[in-house]
Design a binder for this molecule. Sequence first.
Ligand SMILES: [Zn+2]
Length: 191
Amino acid sequence: MPPRRPRRPLPPRRFPQRNAAPRHVHPLLLRANRLFSDGKYYDAAKLYEKLAVGAYDRHLPRAPMLFMQAGKSLLIAGKVEKGIALAQRGLGLLADQKRWRELYQFGRRSVNVLNELGYKEQATGLEEWLKALLPEDQEVVMGKEQLTKEEMRVFPVSCPACGARVHPDEVKVIDKVTVECSFCGGLIRSK
Ligand SMILES: [Zn+2]
């Protein structure tokens, strides 16, 4: 058995750790998630967009998700056109990066959000737009595992690190007991 504690302090981490929630969650993200939970969708959207642009500039993999979250917040706030534009910006980034599984997953989620909000025509439009982007080969698209709603019940309702809600279509599955928050990159373990 290795000793439980290292003899001298570990050097600072050079790479983001994948096994734990990041120590530092962007304060804007915390604020955005809080505004979102408080129903202040328009204000939340502005922060999500700012975070998305920052993440995009730094080539972070979560940039598309932040654009989509900004879009979703605007849709709920009733700003349909700009909301769809931001969601498409996020989805388009996923397509540019050939992240097909996520494009399928988050695209379906965006279509569902539009339908739930009663924007049926726009939902159909987005669905068509997605179909044109996605490869026809389902195996290319569905390469990665996804959990069912039932299996998602073991996870907390919100990310312990940043407070974003944990929705089955908005997380990256690591294994049956671990998913990754799409907004802060923290790992969320089953309860
Ligand atoms: Zn998070």
